[in-house]
Design a protein around this ligand. Structure first.
Ligand code: HEC
Length: 303
């Protein structure tokens, strides 16, 4: 029974270990550093949680095996078979008590006189106890850790120094900020769309316009199947919100498709700005005005 419990717990340990290793890889990829210390530092709560879960599962398995053992002994006893193990099982101190005693290695009271040193100052005497094993273990552990640390960071240069680590983290944070901002840009809708003046974004919009819109609205916005974009007349409204809305939802009944499934909100914002920039450019072959006159107010500083 005990063996089975052991088998289960080692299986669990293996699973846990491989899971942790996988996650370590994952996060290492993210911050592009193989620094295991770092990983432990960032995931300490996860590790403690995993240890607690493992401990709980182990305790249940252990308890279960003990209960079964007692049942077995009872059963054998009923059939008149005496089991020596019973004594061992019930008399044995719990493992943690044994561990605790071992970790202190104290001399029992009745044997204390054997280690009493023979000096005596005003009745104060001294016992020649050995150093507690837990203390010694920590002492050597620290030395081993020290060497491992030295090797890891300074001899083989596997771990990143503070400066490099800072740089890596800043790079990671910058990437996250950029990701966040790009997601923010895609939060744009017809209620909060703004006119973009950024040259590079307008250039992007020009490419999108020529690829998707020029066929109907003309290379220079002069109009064709679709209306002229360079005059002050608009069928569906001429401020940036209206234009964004027309691009997004289209006017399907009149041949202007909805672009919301093909263009990202930030693209449509750029396009709306690009179109507004065409105002007053007066390209040749301009289509006659359609819709109503829309006078640009101070909200757009357009030409
Ligand atoms: C298949 C032809 C076609 C394509 C391609 C097209 N449009 Fe249109 N567009 C139209 C038509 C037709 C209208 C007029 C709709 C109406 O009468 O309400 C229009 C209207 C518009 C309007 C409103 C004009 C106004 O006077 O209110 C905007 C803005 C616009 N399109 C932008 C775009 C953008 C940006 C693209 C490219 C992403 C695009 N269109 C691609 C045909 C097209």
């Amino acid at each position: 029974m005990k063996n089975k419990g052991l088998k289960y717990s080692s299986l669990l340990l293996l699973l846990l270990a491989s899971g942790t290793a996988l996650m370590a890889q994952e996060s290492a990829k993210k911050i592009s550093t193989p620094d295991a210390f770092d990983w432990v530092f960032h995931n300490i709560i996860l590790l403690v949680g995993a240890a607690a879960i493992f401990g709980a599962v182990w305790a249940v398995i252990y308890l279960n095996s003990k209960i079964l053992e007692i049942q077995k002994i009872k059963l054998l006893k009923e059939h008149g078979i005496e089991v020596m193990e019973e004594v061992k099982l019930l008399d044995k101190e719990p493992w943690w008590k044994r561990m605790y005693d071992k970790s202190w290695n104290l001399v029992p009271l009745e044997k204390e006189k054997d280690i009493l040193l023979d000096h005596n100052y005003d009745g104060i005497q001294e016992l020649d106890n050995v150093l507690p094993p837990w203390w010694v273990a920590m002492f050597y552990g620290c030395i081993i850790y020290g060497f491992a640390y030295l090797g890891y960071y300074h001899v083989w240069d596997i771990g990143l120094g503070s400066r490099a680590e800072y740089a890596v983290e800043m790079e990671y944070a910058e990437a996250q900020v950029a990701q966040f901002l790009s997601r923010q840009a895609d939060q744009v809708d017809e209620s909060n769309v703004e006119i973009i003046t950024d040259e590079s974004k307008l250039n992007l919009a020009e490419a999108t316009y020529l690829a998707n819109c020029a066929a109907c609205h003309g290379q220079k916005g002069e109009g064709g199947i679709g209306p002229n974009m360079t005059d002050k007349y608009w069928i569906n409204g001429g401020n940036v919100n209206d234009i964004f809305k027309t691009i997004k939802y289209g006017v399907p009944a009149k041949g202007m498709i909805a672009w919301k499934s093909q263009l990202r909100p930030s693209d449509m914002q750029n396009l709306a700005s690009y179109i507004l920039n065409m105002q007053g450019t007066n390209p040749p072959n301009g289509k006659e005005p359609q819709g109503e006159l829309y006078e640009a107010k101070e909200e757009m500083g357009m030409k």
